[in-house]
Design a protein around this ligand. Structure first.
Ligand SMILES: NC(=O)c1ccc[n+]([C@@H]2O[C@H](COP(=O)([O-])OP(=O)(O)OC[C@H]3O[C@@H](n4cnc5c(N)ncnc54)[C@H](OP(=O)(O)O)[C@@H]3O)[C@@H](O)[C@H]2O)c1
Length: 284
């Protein structure tokens, strides 16, 4: 274990497996105090114990929340704030793709609710804690899949027509639009916001998607990156001293790259921000 991130508190969502788990491990190995979030208490407790064991860092805690529920996201933020006085890195990693259209307890399509609204809401609720802990960082895990996404305001919830990839691409585009709008709001406050594509990684991704998609992902598995390699850009954005003042950028392979033309549309970023505020009743 190194001392590189000693004294830093990092909150990582979706860290029971996959890229989030490998990211939490990397941050724990750098000496950070890591708090992981999972939706299943037993699995999340076991993941925290595994991370502490493998990193040699006993400072790995866990909190439980199903982020597709806004009440759970609010409870998570309240529990976090009650327990921890600071937050140096918020790593919004949890995300999934769903073959079938499902609606959450709040009445939103599940991909939109989990991949975008939860990230928006949790960040809004923890922003004051991040600003009070400045310098601090927000890292949002998007995907190259954003490039095929559009924000279909007339079919946002897949209510007219649902496709898993369209819903996923839309949510990953929203991650980038949100990051850019957030970076503008955080300018001068000592908190950076960046986003990334992790690579195409062999994880549990797609396990919620029975059928064709799951079969394709299963067949491709041997060709994919390991979660450790897939976590490299997240860890870099969360920890690298050279990024202390870098904000509002999209990264892949630890390098800033251009995101889609649509993601750079400031009017769209602001329209999405207003919509997300309304859909989460969170003002930022
Ligand atoms: N894998 C890739 O090739 C790839 C490529 C580009 C982008 N990404 C992005 O990388 C991120 C991580 O994906 P991954 O591939 O590591 O997927 P994964 O292995 O399926 O892990 C997803 C994590 O999110 C958690 N999660 C799922 N639904 C949740 C909910 N409702 N509430 C709280 N936590 C929930 C899962 O917890 P459970 O244990 O409860 O399921 C798990 O810890 C996602 O944002 C994804 O879009 C992945």
């Amino acid at each position: 274990m190194s001392q590189e991130m000693q004294g830093k508190l990092c909150l990582v969502t979706g860290a029971t497996l996959g890229i989030g788990n490998a990211t939490a491990l990397g941050l724990a190995r750098k000496g950070a105090h890591v708090v992981i979030v999972g939706r299943d208490a037993a699995r999340t407790r076991e993941a925290a114990a595994q991370l502490a064991r493998e990193s040699g860092n006993p400072q790995v805690d866990f909190l439980v929340a199903d982020l597709s529920s806004q009440a759970e996201a609010r409870r998570l933020a309240a529990e976090f704030k009650a327990r921890y006085p600071r937050l140096d890195v918020l790593l919004n990693n949890a995300g999934a793709i769903f073959t079938q259209r499902e609606v959450t307890v709040d009445g939103y399509e599940r991909t939109w609710a989990l991949n975008h609204l939860a990230e928006f809401l949790l960040t809004q609720l923890l922003r004051d804690r991040l600003e009070a802990s400045a310098p601090a960082r927000i890292v949002n895990v998007s995907s190259t899949a954003h490039a095929s996404g559009t924000v279909a305001f007339d079919n946002l919830q897949g209510e007219k027509k649902y496709s898993a990839w369209s819903a996923y691409g839309q949510s990953k585009l929203a991650n980038i639009l949100f990051t850019y709008a957030l970076a503008r709001r955080l300018a001068g406050k000592g908190v950076t916001a960046n986003c990334l594509h992790p690579g195409v990684v062999a994880t549990g991704f797609g396990h919620n998607t029975p059928g064709f998609l799951n079969i394709v992902l299963g067949l491709a598995r041997p060709l994919l990156m390991t979660p450790e390699k897939g976590a490299a850009t997240s860890i870099y954005l969360a920890s690298s001293p050279e990024l202390a003042d870098v904000s509002g950028k999209y990264f892949a392979k630890c390098k800033p790259i251009a995101s889609s033309k649509l993601s750079a549309d400031v009017a769209l970023q602001e329209k999405l921000w207003e919509l997300s505020e309304r859909q989460t009743a969170a003002v930022g």
